[in-house]
Every structure is written in C-alpha cells, then in structure tokens.
Design a binder for this molecule. Structure first.
Ligand SMILES: [Zn+2]
Length: 201
C-alpha cells in the first residue's frame, strides 16, 4: 500500500473509479457506454504505476555504497536517464531526461541505483524544479560527495496540448551543489559531458 509522506486519508478503489466516472461525465461523455465501461478500472490501475513513487523511499536505494574504488576521485556522470512524471498543476505528463553527476569523496553507488532514485521522485505529482532539487539532495545525503550536479529536461504536456500550445519546447532545470556550484571548472566539465548527449540527438 502506498505510503504518502503527508498521510492522506485512505481512498478505496471504488471511490477512485467513481472519481474517474465523474471526470468522464465532466468531459461530456457517458461513462455507462460500452467503450468506457472498463475505463475507470484501467485508469485506476494506471495510476498505481504512474504514481508508484509514493511507496518508494529514494534514500533507501542509495543506502548501499561502495568504498573500494581504488582511489577513483574523478567525476561520475550518468546521462540521458529517461523519466515520465506528471505535473502537479494539471496532472498532465512530463516526459524527459535527467543527467546526474557527482564528484565522489571515497564512496560511490551502483549506477542503476541513480536511475531508480530518478524514478522514485518522477513517479509522483511533480514540479520539475522540485524534482531536480530532490534528486540532488538525495545523492548529497547518501554519498556526501564533493559536489553534485543534476540537470533535468522536460516536455510538459500541459503546455504542448493546452494553454499556449507550444510543441517542441523543453524546460531545463538544474541544481548544483558543492564543487559543482563553487568551482566553474567542475561545473563546465559536467556540462561538457552532458552536452555530448545533446549533440547526439
Ligand atoms: Zn502543468
């Protein structure tokens, strides 16, 4: 069962399905017609997947660190981590990529774990700025590295399919901590690494 940090009141599956039926009616359709009969069930099931992050503790993914790295103390970058999230203002999808870098201080973590941290925060209702800071903060807490950099690119469907209707726009946010913030050379090195990914597209 999902554990939400703010402990919202428990909602039953029936109540969730009823809410979907209400929205279908609000949109102007008839939830009773054949094609829509199973839709509330499917939507509620999809929500379990899209918002599975509430049940996950990102800090736990980084609890297991490795210290035998033969003195490796150069930057580690994981780029192009794809994510799907939903904006908390419109509940519309945000699709994009995350690039993560850190300068280890004796401790590293398995790279798949970084991707899991991204997912645990993405699979919630989000604001891109907040998600960027959360990912960086999580790595900072777990590894206490010399510095952390997180860059997030996101295409917001609330902007492409409604409102201003601008396609092909992506929003870029970044959080730089420690040496990534204070040392221009470190920051530039990180941005060079991830720019190489932009050039491939
Ligand atoms: Zn939005």
């Amino acid at each position: 069962m999902a554990v939400h940090p703010d402990n919202p009141p428990e909602v039953t599956r029936e109540q969730a399905e009823d809410a979907v039926r209400t929205l279908l009616r609000w949109a102007g359709d008839d939830p009773g017609r054949e094609g829509l009969q199973d839709t509330p069930k499917r939507v509620v099931k999809a929500y379990r997947e899209w918002f599975s992050g509430y049940a996950l503790d990102p800090d736990e993914y980084l609890a297991r660190t490795f210290e035998e790295v033969e003195g490796y103390d150069e930057m580690i970058v994981l780029r192009d981590i794809e994510y799907e999230s939903h904006c908390e203002h419109h509940m519309a999808p945000i699709i994009g990529r995350v690039h993560v870098g850190y300068l280890p201080r004796g401790k590293v973590v398995g790279i798949s774990k970084l991707a899991r941290v991204v997912d645990a925060y993405a699979k919630r209702f989000q604001v891109q700025e907040k998600m960027t800071a959360q990912i960086a903060g999580c790595i900072q807490r777990a590894l206490a590295p010399h510095g952390v950099g997180v860059v997030v690119e996101g295409a917001h469907e609330c902007m492409t399919t409604r409102g201003v209707h601008k396609r092909g726009v992506s929003m870029i946010t970044s959080t730089m901590l420690g040496s990534f913030r204070e040392d221009a050379r470190t920051r530039a090195e990180f941005l060079r690494f991830i720019e190489a990914s932009g050039a491939r597209r």
